[in-house]
Design a protein around this ligand. Sequence first.
Ligand code: MCN
Ligand code: CUM
Length: 793
Amino acid sequence: MTDTRQRSFEDNDQKPMGFGRMLRKEDPRFVRGRGRYTDDVQLPGMLHLAILRSPFAHARIVSVDTSAAAALPEVKAVITGADLAGLGLAWMPTLSGDVQAVLATDKVRFQGQEVAFVVATDRYAARDALELIDVEYDVLDPVIDVRQALAEGAPLIRDDLDGKTDNHCFDWETGDADATAAVFAKADVVVSQDLVYPRVHPAPMETCGSVADFDPVEGRLKLWSTTQAPHAHRTLYAMVAGIPEHKIQVISPDLGGGFGNKVPIYPGYVCSIVGSIVTGKPVKWMEDRSENLISTGFARDYIMRGEIAATRDGKILAIRTNVLADHGAFNGTAAPVKYPAGFFGVFTGSYDIEAAYCSMTAVYTNKAPGGVAYACSFRITEAVYLVERIVDCLAYELDMDPAALRLKNFIQPDQFPYMSKTGWEYDSGDYEPTMRLAMELAGYDELRKEQAEKRTRGELMGIGISFFTEAVGAGPRKHMDILGLGMADGCELRVHPTGKAVVRLSVQTQGQGHETTFAQIIAEEIGIAPADIDVVHGDTDNTPFGLGTYGSRSTPVSGAAAALVARKVRDKARLIASSMLEVSVADLEWEKGSFHVKGDPGTAVTIQDIAMRAHGAGDLPDGLEGGLEAQICYNPSNLTYPHGAYICVVDVDPGTAVVKVRRFIAVDDCGTRINPMIIEGQVHGGLTDGVGMALMEMISFDEDGNCLGASLMDYLIPTALEVPDWETGFTVTPSPHHPIGAKGVGESATVGSPPAIVNAVVDALKPYGVRHADMPLTPSRVWDAMRGTAQPP
Ligand code: MCN
Ligand code: CUM
């Protein structure tokens, strides 16, 4: 279906001088297979590392015998937890302030945990040697069911922590419990619903890996690794390994997707560093698919009870929730330290309500560590699912149209900046036009008529809505840091004498097209064509410090830095232009790419002329240094709050319970749009994620803690066959505090789509009296829901 609105609003120019549709600059490299990924790094004398992993979810290590493996001629080193303990490296801090075993010393705490590693002359020999390592385990009872983690007598997982007597990880609350209880007490209608957001996995196409090259003479470490946050990782390696920070270079080359999976520091990275130090050779570690699925950062795993209070005519008064969070064996969440539950506090959604409260308990279980990854916007995925599902439950109870219920409760445009009941200051928003546009593109009223007619024939058609507000762009450094590192971003811009430029970013693209969009931001501000601007990122030696790409923060934080650094360059260019044109600064006018004398457009100098003068012979204005460059560190004053309205249409086969997503309409508002084509790509990808989570994906375990989703045959991810032709539209509500008014969009669709799909399936099942069913809505789940035989997952 053609989205006419999009076409009429935007020009289709492929070479904009600034914002607009433009093919990605990185495409020629990727399309021709010329990307350079970590696994493409080849160094002279490089060795290969393989990791021995625990077959058990919970077991004491009695002994490890490495002699047979070490005797193989190809094997250069075999390292165990005991060896690392001797170096003080057996444990490392996680990004959320817990500790995690690099190699297990005392116990293994999840299936797939790292126990020992081998460094050998090739990958195959290293793998073969793993089979010769003899580990004796004393198997312990595991904690797999999160609801049993705090039960009396539950096996203690984290006996490594001083004084720990149970599997409690942390408690967290937000909002006002008493005020919320009071509102609930007086409400006409109260609806409560248990919801499970299952454990899922980002499963990027490229698995995690690293190449470490330690030079003992210089004491320098060069590390290529699959990381979304090279600078933060470098600082942590310096703190953990004791190598001075200026002697560590972290390079994150092309990444084959990250989706949050490449935010944490994994034991494998540390092992490759140790391997290189021990052998004196470069060492490569590269996971296989199963290793990635069983041991690296999972996502979600929240069991939620949602409660909503309203008047009989559908005014929402309060929302309350209680959450049980499964954090696995080590708290490997990456979130700003003051936010152990990420930004879950935005669970009040897009609605103006009187009170809200959330209490959360997080626990340890014998499962892989992780917690936030997978296009999560720091747990906003879970928050949006909660509120958008519970609002639909309310619509069901009130027998109200879910679109009408939402329209009745939106925060109004004149209420922005809006302080939510849990303390989040929404910067800007205008929700109703976004919702109305989605309804118009969907043909909402027609769809409802079609549905009513189909129901008379026993056909199951469902229409699901989700309306989300995200909080992205972490974050203001007075509130947000990771392990003490403030979440500001540096940016540096240099204009060469011939007027070409290079911009250096602290963020790291994983496929979002930063090499294009950041060049467009600079182009918009100083009028140098994007093709003439090189974007450098992902190398700590060649970029300014900053905390990296996740939580859709690149545009809100680094994008702002890029715009401001360009304005700094423009300010200097203005001074030079005034001397070149021999007029005062006040008499100059800027037109993208050149300054001219006010009222005399013919008397002008281009940015290229100015760049040459800045570097060339001849005088510059008094006191001005040569060159045309600038650097800044941008500390955002607030997060940005993008929003969107999604409508999903499904058909459910009453005979097989198979769900088909027939249509999906997504209207996103991410403020000023830098490159609409890239935004559409981000939205398409995120919507596809949503189909995966809503209908197919779940990492599950048997009662012994065996991971049942350790391959892509078992862990189903969506393909072109499961997804419809996406229909997109947009509205534009700029961020008032961002220099170009842009808000993040990289995770919006992943956040917003699962509730739309689930709401659609539940709506389809309305004739069966179904009010809720848990993800993933596989045919058997849907079948159970239709029959009323559903079990909690
Ligand atoms: N953009 C734009 N106009 C806006 C906002 C964004 O043109 N108003 C563009 C940006 O310039 C950028 C892209 O959209 O090229 C995404 O921008 P942003 O929302 O700032 O998100 P990030 O760049 O910080 O990307 C991170 C986000 C996250 S956290 C996950 S997870 C995710 C996602 O991006 N992982 C991805 N999208 C992904 N896309 C790909 N291909 N691969 C991943 O691993
Ligand atoms: Cu939480 S996945 Mo993204 O923020 O890298």
